[in-house]
Design a protein around this ligand. Structure first.
Ligand code: BG6
Length: 514
């Protein structure tokens, strides 16, 4: 592996949608953090490309305001100015060939002025319908020609990558008609999260877990991405998307593949991505009747989240008053391979829930009870291993222990590792690693075409079944709760319980499931 403490190589970064929210809130603060960590190349230029009426001066002013507001650490003027000085702007529509000619001229100028050595990273931070047309324009203008010896040209593609399986396949086809697969970096920002990356290290850098990590020892797995936010200002996008498309084929599938994959033979992009593709391929594809039985959807109704009133989803701005879009989805999936056959994976995600909680919980099989038959013990607490992704990053192992005293009583105890107790966290928007890796040409944390299509292949029968059912009235759950009763019933049918998501950080172990 190359040295990840060294600055990235000289390059220019072109952000399509440079005047937008993602650029201001996350991407340019990430560049600033990279500069502070001494990981930015000295020879660097950034070009914003968008329709908004700006020039270099006003673009720099806008980005400067964004840095002040969104950077996660106190701004050091010298580093902020270093970055701003390297920023330029092209005002153009995404399908206007003249804009790409202007971009080409500017890139040549940046190469001379800033010494970027002809390397260019194009970042598609635009609405999804613009992705393919931009890449086609880049191809037409000769801006993405790339061979193994000359300067490199790479393209980062944001989410959402398609809205279903056919559209994702079509987008892959259009991108691959212009770019080679090794030029395409498909983002899933969950892969930029340290704790998500750590799932793989945790499993494969420790000798003690892997022997237990299979159907002989694991009863089931629960993957939860619970959010407290409602749809807020994103009503238009969200109402045409829904929780399933927004979260499952991407973020939840990342957590699923990291948890279930076989150890890759090497720690490199292709070996890792091949193992992930195999997991997705082994997930049982549902028939319509399986969807009805194994998938639950619901919408939030008015309620309180953390003491703040949240309106009924149907009354949110830019949401259709009779919308049938789900804000919550829960499902049971099966992975039909030798490691996981018979181990259910329960997935759930929703907006306006009681608590922000992203985690993977592995529940081990119960120890045999025989020894305790003639004691006051009536049941044994479960052994769980919980990988906390956010907001508290860490790992908890729940064990049974003897409660001190003359009689035999068993209680649940926990061993907990908190990231913050061991490692100093660096200010981050989550995009630093991803941008840095792409500049270095490391695609491990990006999705290959087959990974994207694998996620959509799992979700497609659910989309089809819901489309066939037409506009139905969805079950609801009060904002601030832990989800709909239908989700409780889904898991209860299997004599299991969801882990609680409606408690504060210091909830007691003895009652850790709903
Ligand atoms: C985005 C979704 O991809 O991920 C949002 O579009 C969601 O709806 C967000 O809120 C969750 O990301 P995080 O990092 O806050 O868990």
């Amino acid at each position: 592996m190359d040295d990840r403490t060294q600055p990235a190589p000289p390059c220019a970064l072109v952000i399509f949608g440079g005047a937008g929210d993602l650029t201001k809130r996350l991407l340019t603060p990430a560049l600033y953090h990279l500069r502070r960590s001494k990981l930015m190349p000295e020879n660097f230029a950034m070009i914003g490309f968008a329709r908004t009426d700006l020039d270099d001066q006003s673009f720099r002013a806008e980005i400067g305001k964004g840095l002040a507001e969104f950077s996660k650490s106190k701004l050091v003027a010298a580093d902020r100015d270093w970055l701003l000085k390297r920023m330029h702007y092209v005002k153009s529509g995404f399908e206007d060939p003249a804009g790409y000619d202007a971009l080409k001229a500017l890139l040549e100028k940046a190469n001379k002025e800033h010494g970027t050595e002809g390397n260019v990273l194009f970042y598609l931070a635009t609405p999804a319908p613009a992705f393919a047309p931009i890449v086609e324009q880049l191809g037409r203008a000769g801006l993405v020609t790339h061979d193994d010896t000359g300067p490199w040209r790479r393209v980062i593609v944001e989410k959402p990558f398609g809205t279903d399986l056919p559209s994702a396949e079509e987008l892959n086809r259009r991108l691959q008609a212009v770019l080679s697969e090794d030029q395409i970096f498909r983002i899933d920002h969950y892969l930029g999260k340290e704790t998500v990356q750590n799932i793989m290290m945790f499993r494969f850098a420790n000798g003690i877990f892997e022997p237990l990590w299979n159907r002989d020892h694991i009863d089931h797995v629960q993957i939860t991405v619970a959010e407290t936010v409602g749809v807020e200002t994103r009503g238009k996008f969200y109402d045409s998307t829904g929780a399933l498309r927004d979260m499952v084929p991407n973020h939840l599938c990342q957590l699923l593949t990291m948890t279930a994959m076989e150890p890759p033979t090497r720690f490199n992009a292709d070996a890792v991505r091949t193992e992930k593709a195999k997991v997705l391929d082994a997930v049982q594809i549902y028939r319509p009747e399986d969807v009805a039985r194994n998938v639950v959807r619901a919408q939030y109704a008015a309620g309180d989240v953390g003491g703040k009133h949240v309106a009924d989803y149907l009354k949110e701005p830019n949401v259709a008053p009779d919308s049938a879009t789900e804000t919550y989805v829960a499902m049971k999936l099966s992975i039909d391979n030798w490691r996981w056959a018979g181990v259910p994976f329960y997935l759930r995600t929703g907006k306006a829930l009681a608590k922000r909680q992203t985690e993977v919980a592995i529940q081990f099989k119960q120890a045999p009870f025989a020894m305790f038959r003639d004691t006051p013990v009536d049941s044994l607490p479960q052994n769980d291993l919980i990988i906390h992704v956010q907001p508290d990053e860490g790992v908890t192992l729940r064990l049974s222990a003897k409660v001190p005293g003359p009689t035999v009583h068993i209680g649940g105890v926990e061993m907990r590792f908190n990231y913050k107790d061991y490692f100093k966290s660096t200010p981050s928007t989550g995009y630093e690693t991803l941008i840095y890796d792409c500049m270095k040409g490391d695609a491990s944390l990006f999705q290959r075409a087959d990974n994207i299509e694998g996620g959509w292949r799992i979700v497609q029968p659910i989309l089809d079944a819901w489309a066939k059912a037409g506009k139905v009235k969805l079950p609801t759950y009060p904002a601030g709760s832990s989800g709909p009763d239908e989700a409780t019933a889904l898991i209860k049918r299997d004599h299991r319980r969801w882990r609680r998501i409606d408690r504060g950080p210091d909830w007691k172990l003895s009652n850790a499931a709903e």
